[in-house]
Design a protein around this ligand. Sequence first.
Ligand code: BTN
Length: 331
Amino acid sequence: MKTGNMKSGILALLRETDGYLSGEELCGRFGVTRAAVWKAIGQLKQEGYEIEAVRNRGYRLAALPDVLSKDELVSRLRTKWAGKTLEYHASLGSTNVRARLLAEEGAPEGTLVVAETQTVGRGRKGRSWASPPGKNLYFTILLRPSFVPDRAPMLTLVMALSVRDAIEEVCGCESAIKWPNDIVLNGRKITGILTEMNVQSDYIDYVVVGVGVNVKEQEFEADLADRAASLEGELRRSVSRALLLEKILEHFEQNYGLFLEKLDLSLLQERYNACLINRNREVEVLEPAGSYRGRAEGIDAKGRLLVRLADNGLKEIYAGEVSVRGVYGYV
Ligand code: BTN
């Protein structure tokens, strides 16, 4: 057995076990010597895990540090396809760029790229995405859908809903979605999603969905300070990045399945609208040709935002070039 597989296996067992796990049991499980177990435990300690070793009893996880490593992620993931192929990088330019490269090289659907820090993290509309280490989640998942390209922008909404669902499960709090894909907590943005695709005439070669979640408390750049926030900063409790990523992938797998059943958002629309912060609020729609105001009513099955105008006309807005903001600010 490869040491990596054994390490993530040991981690999973330690996490599931309340008391001590004997060295003998670990040897039996993995069919290795005591020395090999001892070596793997030593490596895990080096990665930041606090593992207590007591003679005649065995090993115990004394604390659950917020480690984001390949072993940590592999030991957690119970998904069917999302993240089954996984690349972890301590530092990377951009997980989206890396995932696109892997896609070009033939990587399978569900390939996940995770980075502890990004040196050129990318945001929407050509902006950059600050990506300091030790604070946040930065990851990209590769999809190879067989539907037509005009459906692909809906995947961003599927991911937004999945991140929101995961935050609810892990943190027990209700975050909201600002159309189309920002996750908002207490009126501030905690997550951004960047979806990019490669299209060959009329079919999709691949789609990469990149997600940045602000988890730990941190200083934001001056121009973001009043709009950005982090989960821990808002909730005042600790949040495990690995657990959050595990749950995001689980929810994404489920929600993406529902999307594929109809090839639109009809099975997700109600839940999406229930947490849509713009719903029943006045919004300003910024189009390249100019801006106008209206009242957002929710999304339709295609993910378009329906905006009721003063003359009672209804505008169906596609995500893309258009942005929407609250009349009084970000939301
Ligand atoms: C936005 O502007 O709201 C979208 C931000 C998306 C950031 C994530 S972080 C992981 C992935 N890699 C990138 O370079 N960008 C996305």
